[in-house]
Design a protein around this ligand. Sequence first.
Ligand code: ADP
Ligand code: MG
Length: 278
Amino acid sequence: MLDILKFKAPQQRDDIGKGRIEVKDVSITFGKGKSAYRATETTDITIEAGEFVCILGPSGCGKSTLLNAIAGYVEPSTGAVLVDGKEVRKPGPDRGMVFQQYSLLPWKTVYENVAFGPRMAGHSRTESGSTANTFLELVGLKKFGDRYPAELSGGMQQRVGIARALANYPSVLLMDEPFGALDAQTRLMMQESLLDIWRKFGTTVVFVTHDVDEAVFLADRVLIMSAAPGRIIEDVRIDLPRPRSTDMATEPAYMQVRQHCLATIKAESRKSFESQNA
Ligand code: ADP
Ligand code: MG
């Protein structure tokens, strides 16, 4: 049995309602003067605590840049990011991050990788170990604690990455194309598994992808970005029932909202194509 008390969602613990994100008039320009490059246009979004939001846009439009601003790795050139009303100035344990590259510590076992965060946060060896076990169980990998990352498949490594991020009890989970390197079958499985984990843990999720199907399947809301420099051109609410299974892909309601997102993206790429050729 999972120790439910240990992994109660942020919203269910004493820190009720945690994980609300405000991106206020944020634009990001890299460099200065002649070499200045505008990576994102002014963006204004509010994400409620516990929401699952996907940021969908073409490659190079600034998705990672925007996510990194929420994470605190990139400083906005204008505006500010607030998490639970507090301005983000640097990365912090309240915001867990999962990247496309698995980024586990290769010389540590799976168990040690997950226990590492809680250890760094000052928890005892026993406590950190039990947290690690709790989250490895949540992602279905408790039996693999003694393995090294290189001994696991890509999908399993990415589940360790999720366990590692959650072991700090973040109020926000930031995911940057986390399943982009996986094969199609594993990817579908991981999407279902992520929704299951999210349902149990209940953290706010901001998930970046360039894949329309992935975004529609996962999200409560899909924020569609324009081509570079990216801005949010549409905020699409996905009212499909949960729990969701990937079998849903053939249902009319799913196909309708997917079609809507595709049409928005197509219209936008046509505009940017025409302006390039004008
Ligand atoms: P996406 O994730 O949507 O593919 P990115 O956010 O990675 O796009 O990048 C958006 C643009 O900003 C790209 O043209 C990229 O080269 C540029 N960029 C990203 N990070 C930096 C940086 N640190 N310095 C300069 N340019 C950057
Ligand atoms: Mg990116």
